[in-house]
Design a protein around this ligand. Structure first.
Ligand code: HEC
Length: 187
C-alpha cells in the first residue's frame, strides 16, 4: 500500500513539473492578441505611408520598434515581441535554434496543404509563442522579385539600408516569417 501511495505522489509531482504545468491556453490567447494588434498597427501605418508618401518613405514604418504600442504591450505582458525569418531583411530578425525548426515545420505543412497554427512551447526559463506570417499581394512591392515587382529605385534604397537583405523573391502565400513572443515570467 505504501508503495502505491509513494507512486501516486511521485506521479503527481512529475505531472506538475512537466510541460502540462504551464497554462498553454492562456499564453496562446495572449500571444494571438499581441501579435494581432501589433501586426494591425504595423500594416496600417505601412499602408498609409505607401499611399501618402510612397514605398521609399514607407520603409521607415516597417520596424516593430518604431511603434509605442510594441513597447507598451511588451511591458504590459512582460514579453519580448519580434518577427523573425530565415530569409531576413534585417540581420537582427534572423531566426535561430527553435525558430528555424518552427519555420521549417510550417513550410512542410504548407507544402502538404495543412493548416498552420500559432503554437506555444517552453524554452528553458521562457515560454515562447510562434505564429506564421504569410506573404500577401501588398507585400510584393518590397519582398517580391527585384525589378519586375520591386521598382529599381526602391530596390537600390533597400539594398543601401540592408546590404545583407535576403527577404526578396517571395511569392504570394509564402511563409514570410514568424511572430516570436518570448514571455519572461512563468505565470
Ligand atoms: C515598404 C516596403 C515594405 C512592405 C510593403 C512590406 N515590408 Fe516587410 N520589411 C520591410 C523592411 C524595410 C523590413 C526590415 C525592418 C527592420 O529593419 O526590422 C521588413 C521586415 C519584415 C519582416 C521581419 C523579418 C525581416 O525580414 O527582417 C517580416 C516578417 C515582414 N517584413 C513581413 C512583411 C509582410 C507580411 C508584408 C506585407 C503585409 C510586408 N512585410 C510588407 C519592408 C516592407
Amino acid at each position: 500500500m505504501k508503495k502505491i501511495i509513494i507512486l501516486f505522489i511521485g506521479l503527481f509531482l512529475f505531472t506538475c513539473n512537466s510541460e502540462s504545468a504551464f497554462n498553454k491556453e492562456k499564453y496562446l490567447n495572449e500571444g494571438k492578441e499581441i501579435a494581432q494588434s501589433t501586426g494591425k498597427t504595423l500594416s496600417g501605418h505601412v499602408k498609409k505611408a505607401m499611399q501618402e508618401k510612397g514605398p521609399i518613405e514607407a520603409i521607415n514604418f516597417c520596424k516593430l520598434s518604431a511603434y509605442p504600442l510594441t513597447d507598451s504591450l511588451s511591458k504590459l505582458y512582460n514579453v519580448k515581441i519580434s518577427r523573425v525569418a530565415i530569409k531576413s531583411r534585417n540581420p537582427e530578425n534572423k531566426a535561430t535554434g527553435e525558430d528555424i525548426e518552427t519555420i521549417k515545420k510550417y513550410e512542410e505543412q504548407i507544402v502538404k496543404g495543412e493548416e498552420i497554427k500559432p503554437q506555444v512551447q517552453r524554452q528553458e526559463d521562457k515560454i515562447v509563442f510562434y505564429a506564421p506570417i504569410r506573404l500577401q499581394h501588398a507585400c510584393l512591392v518590397c519582398h517580391g522579385k527585384p525589378q519586375s515587382e520591386i521598382p529599381d529605385t526602391l530596390f537600390k534604397h533597400i539594398q543601401s539600408l540592408y546590404p545583407n537583405d535576403l527577404a526578396v523573391n517571395f511569392k504570394e502565400g509564402d511563409l514570410r516569417g514568424i511572430w516570436k513572443l518570448e514571455f519572461g515570467e512563468k505565470k
